[in-house]
Design a binder for this molecule. Structure first.
Ligand SMILES: Nc1ncnc2c1ncn2[C@@H]1O[C@H](COP(=O)(O)OP(=O)(O)OP(=O)(O)O)[C@@H](O)[C@H]1O
Ligand SMILES: [Mg+2]
Length: 276
């Protein structure tokens, strides 16, 4: 298997009636089995990239590949592609289709023609994993936005795709649900699933991601290991993407401390490296 799961080569996409391309000559490779974050300013093309990667939009130029095989737009290829690539939309209202939480989570499983008992088991497990058991019978339109977001993530995860694209997964979530989601994402990543998360939360990116893609005006600006990318972003203040708080704190410390260890990427590691 290739070291790269998803790849785009010179992809262009302009929305109907739009004056400018949303994605322009976009090329990147997504390492398999890693936790990748996609960052960039509002409107730089992150959500458009996701819609292209899931085969919902067709590039006007360029190619999208999964395991080195280019995406074709016949129904059968698209169905198989979407079984392997799961997309959690930025807006949960666009994702949810069924009347209740339970039926929404089982919807995709029913489409996969799995045995009824397996569907029931997987739905129960997913409800438990995402702390949704108590909400199982609730109509979706009675849920808060954060609860809807959690249901939309659960509905994709239950299908066990090889690659999961999550567009702003922590938007609308409170501190507890954000922590729970991160634990869940880590366990999903440990099971070998490749994750790509678009977010503006750089503190989350710094702690969670092991690979980062940075977009600017529809194209890829930077890609690489987390620390290397933040080094480069520090040197590009005009981009105005900001820097993670832990990174900034670490860089204010005297060189004698900094030379002893790599920059810590959690409060606990910062604490340990200061020997309190
Ligand atoms: N339906 C649409 N029709 C026309 N233009 C659109 C449409 N959706 C998005 N765009 C434009 O395409 C560009 C990329 O938008 P996109 O939603 O991909 O950005 P983004 O990086 O996800 O932004 P954000 O951080 O705000 O979520 C923007 O200039 C946006 O205005
Ligand atoms: Mg977006």
């Amino acid at each position: 298997m290739s070291d790269y799961l998803l790849e785009m080569q010179g992809v262009d996409y302009t929305y109907p009636m739009a004056e400018q391309a949303a994605v322009k000559n976009l090329s990147f490779r997504l390492p398999a089995g890693r936790k990748t974050a996609l960052i960039g300013q509002n409107g730089c093309g992150k959500s458009t990239l996701f819609l292209l990667a899931d085969g919902l939009f067709r590039p006007q130029q360029g190619e999208i590949l999964l395991d080195g095989v280019p995406l074709k737009f016949d129904r059968q290829t698209l169905n198989r592609w979407r079984q392997r690539v799961g997309l959690v939309f930025q807006d949960p209202e666009q994702q949810l289709v069924a009347p209740t939480v339970e039926s929404d989570i089982s919807y995709g499983l029913c489409n996969q023609n799995l045995p009824t008992t397996e569907i029931a088991d997987r739905v129960q497990q997913t409800l438990a994993d995402f702390q949704l058991t108590e909400l199982a019978r609730r109509p979706l339109h009675h849920l808060s936005l954060g609860q809807k977001k959690r249901v939309s993530i659960a509905g994709v995860m239950t299908l066990r795709p090889d690659l999961v694209l999550l567009d702003e997964p922590t938007a609308y979530l409170d501190a507890l649900q954000t922590k729970n989601l991160l634990l869940e994402l880590d366990s999903i990543a440990q099971s070998g699933t490749t994750l790509l998360i678009a977010t503006h939360d750089l503190d989350f990116v710094y702690q969670w991601a092991d690979w980062i893609l940075v977009m600017q005006q529809g194209s890829l600006l930077l890609e690489g290991e987390t620390l290397a990318v933040f080094e480069q972003l520090q040197a590009l203040p005009d981009l105005e993407l900001g820097l993670p708080l832990l990174w900034q704190v670490w860089n204010m410390l005297p060189p004698a401390i900094k030379l002893k260890t790599v920059p810590p990427r959690s409060i606990k590691k910062l604490h340990d490296s200061l020997h309190f």
